[in-house]
Write a protein of this length. Structure first.
Length: 421
């Protein structure tokens, strides 16, 4: 009776759902990706293109496949959450079941206006790169589905970045992109080891994970921090950008542009990245395993956002906090992890994590053929180790004041060192 209830709630009878009832749902939940030139394979502006796919749309919305959103409701509330209400799913289903009547109002669906980004500092890939038509084999028998580029920023002074916007020349193939500001020569050096522009290696620099400056995802190419927080880009930095892509069957030209919105707020505090990680995983062929990491916070911090990182061998991940007074809180939960939809998740409200909080990351690893997202086929023993974690979750946090910030960084550097021992 879900559908009857849903329709009654909008004052329309089951048989009379028309395009005008469907349109606002498409506008609000689908057009951020399904627009002309967007990341999705087809646009959903015209009533005809939506009608053509009415049954398909009913299926993917009823099953929760679309709109894509990997975080469950058990974690902290997140910005820009995606999802349909039962009402909305019911309306789409009723329209499909009733041979999608159009009615008189045939206005096309329009993408809601977005607040324009402030492009204070713009960095562009210095060369173009060609996204290959197909994935290739590499050292790990894995598709070469990522590439890291170095974009010189050449800033004479430190920049306090409040917002990041990614403009892509190939939005349909670019998935998750993570960023890191590197004031050393390390990323240039990595890139210069062969003649190619960019490298297949990660964007990590030693103990620093790509994603320190967050990451953008499909249909979410803009990150804007809450007021009073920024990412620090030291003077003379390069932007190391790790791009994950999905080949489309034809080569595509990539020359992306990253725009930073800069804050002039003197009291703005820098975000630092804490890593929950498991450095080494070893799972037999055909086996599954749950791996866990925990550490105790040695400083009061405010949690602003979370960036999960794991390949498709991981099927679920979770980040929890045991607060000093005993309360258990789920910070982030992805019960059906799909790396295709990963991004930085900014919290709806900044969350206080006091000194003494135990932070715990958990990852479910399924090294079987039944795991359809396992990139390693045929299945073999999965054994991998990385300085910044074979699986990890980044916590973007700010300390109380500059002194606490210094202590926080010192403590975290030591934590990373101890993990290498
Ligand atoms: C965050 C971006 C995004 C949003 C929002 C989104 N889609 Fe999609 N959609 C995609 C992409 C990308 C694909 C291509 C398949 C893939 O990448 O998994 C897709 C594929 C589809 C497909 C084809 C499914 C398939 O298996 O090939 C349908 C149907 C669809 N979307 C409908 C919708 C509807 C209806 C909505 C709104 C309720 C919606 N999508 C919202 C990005 C999005």
């Amino acid at each position: 009776m879900l559908i009857l209830g849903a329709i009654a709630a909008i004052g329309v009878e089951v048989g009379s759902v028309e395009w005008k009832h469907v349109r606002p749902i498409i506008e609000q939940h689908c057009l951020s990706c399904h627009h002309d030139g967007g990341p999705a394979p087809f646009a959903l502006h015209d009533p005809e293109s939506v009608a053509l796919r009415a049954r398909f749309i009913k299926e993917v919305t009823a099953s929760g496949l679309m709109p894509p959103w990997i975080a469950s409701e058990y974690g902290l509330p997140l910005q820009d959450e995606r999802g349909l209400s039962d009402h909305e799913i019911g309306i789409l289903a009723a329209w499909a079941d009733n041979a999608h009547p159009m009615g008189d109002d045939l206005k096309p669906a329009k993408r809601p206006p977005e607040s324009p980004a402030k492009d204070d500092v713009v960095v562009t890939m210095p060369e173009t790169w060609t996204v290959p038509a197909e994935g290739k084999e590499n050292w790990g028998r894995r598709d070469r589905d990522k590439w890291t580029f170095v974009l010189p920023i050449g800033n004479d002074d430190a920049i306090h970045v409040r917002g990041i916007q990614h403009y892509s020349t190939a939005p349909q193939v670019v998935h998750a992109v993570t960023y890191l500001a590197d004031p050393t020569d390390a990323s240039q050096w990595k890139d210069s080891r062969d003649d190619m522009f960019g490298t297949y290696m990660t964007g990590d620099i030693r103990d620093r994970p790509s994603g320190e400056l967050g990451g953008t995802g499909v249909g979410h190419r803009k990150l804007r921090l809450p007021e009073g927080f920024h990412w620090d880009v030291p003077r003379g930095s390069d932007l190391a950008m790790e791009v994950h892509y999905r080949p489309l069957g034809r080569p595509l030209r990539l020359q992306d542009r990253i725009a930073f919105e800069v804050t002039a707020d003197q009291n703005s505090r820098p975000l630092r990245t804490l890593i929950s990680m498991v450095r080494w995983i070893d799972v037999a062929s055909g086996a599954s395993s749950t791996v866990e990491d925990q550490f105790v916070l040695e400083e009061d911090v405010q949690l602003v956002g979370i960036t999960p990182r794991a390949m498709g061998t991981c099927t679920a991940l979770r980040l929890t906090a045991s607060l000093p007074h005993g309360e258990e809180v789920i910070l982030f939960d992805a019960p059906d992890w799909d790396p295709h939809w990963r991004q930085t998740f900014l919290l709806e409200d900044v969350y206080e994590l006091p000194l003494g909080t135990v932070i715990r990351g958990t990852w479910r690893i399924v090294n079987t053929e039944g795991n359809l997202r396992n990139p390693f086929v045929p299945i073999e023993r999965l054994s991998m180790a990385r300085r910044t974690g074979a699986v990890s979750i980044l916590l973007h946090v700010a300390a109380e004041d500059p002194e606490a910030d210094q202590r926080l960084q010192g403590w975290h550097r030591e934590l990373m060192r101890s993990r290498m021992r």
